[in-house]
Every structure is written in C-alpha cells, then in structure tokens.
Design a protein around this ligand. Structure first.
Ligand SMILES: [Zn+2]
Ligand SMILES: [Zn+2]
Length: 153
C-alpha cells in the first residue's frame, strides 16, 4: 500500500513537471541554455538548446548593454518605473556607439551570463542568457527590430 502510494506521487510529480515545461512556452530552460557561443566579425552568435539561433550585431549588443549606467541613459527623461516595464530596454538609439564597435574580450560569468568588454572602454555589462534570448533581434522574436536597426545605420 505504502509503496504504491509513493509511486503514484512520483508519477504525478513527473507529469506536473512536464506540463509546466510545455505551458511555459517561450521561456523554457532549453530556450535560455546556450549550446554554441561564437564570436564573428560583426556579430555574436548564440545557438540555443531549443534549436533557435540568434545573431547579435555588436552595435546592437552594445546599445542593449544591461548595466545600470546604460539602462539609465536609455530611459532618459522617462519615469524610473519604465525600467521595469515589459519594454524595459528603453530607447537604444540614446546609447552613442560607433558603427564598428568590437568586443575586445568576452567572458563567461558562471553558467548564467556573458560579460563583454568593448573597445570603447565599457566593460560593466553582464548579459544574462535570459536577457539575450529576450532581446534576440531575429524577425521571429522581434518582427519590428530589423527595420529599426537598418534605419539607424
Ligand atoms: Zn553598460
Ligand atoms: Zn530569435
């Protein structure tokens, strides 16, 4: 009796875990776990364990820098609460970055983030994989972003 009770509980646990994974949709553990991280000439490539591929042009990545200093610049003139809104990235064009910005160093921070040191001297930006995935500029993730990027170039 006791054994079968334990067995049923375990089964239920697995089932619940599976359901949770399915209903989470966009932000599953696989979708924020990188499989491949690669530095290219003009962009940083991340291939995720769920099969999605993300390309981040360096200029975009620098403008999206998640450090407090850059977040404040992107939200200039706005209420501080906009930092925590769903569109919390702010206005990336407020970050003044040269067209040919390059990372001089890319370091893994534990298992959860990458830190970029840029050739403009800025190196305080730690990019958690969750943030990278959220800001993937591909047409599938951000239908409007590529046009905006082209306009600023
Ligand atoms: Zn920054
Ligand atoms: Zn994407």
């Amino acid at each position: 009796m006791v054994l079968s009770f334990v067995f049923k509980l375990t089964n239920f646990g697995i089932f619940k875990g599976f359901q949770f994974c399915v209903t989470m949709g966009k932000m599953t553990k696989l979708s924020i776990s990188p499989k491949i991280l690669k530095k290219h000439e003009n962009a940083f490539q991340v291939e995720w364990k769920d099969g999605h591929a993300s390309w981040y042009p360096y200029r975009y990545l620098r403008q999206m820098c998640p450090c407090a200093e850059c977040a404040i610049i992107r939200h200039e003139g706005k209420d501080v609460h906009s930092l925590f809104s769903p569109q919390g990235d702010g206005d990336i064009s407020l970050i003044d970055v040269s067209e040919d910005i390059q990372p001089i160093d890319i370091q893994l921070v534990g298992r959860y983030a990458v830190q970029f040191s840029w050739d403009d001297g800025h190196n305080t930006g730690i990019y958690p994989f969750e943030v990278l995935r959220e800001t993937c500029p591909c047409p599938e993730c951000m239908p409007l972003q590529p046009d905006e990027l082209e306009d600023t170039n």
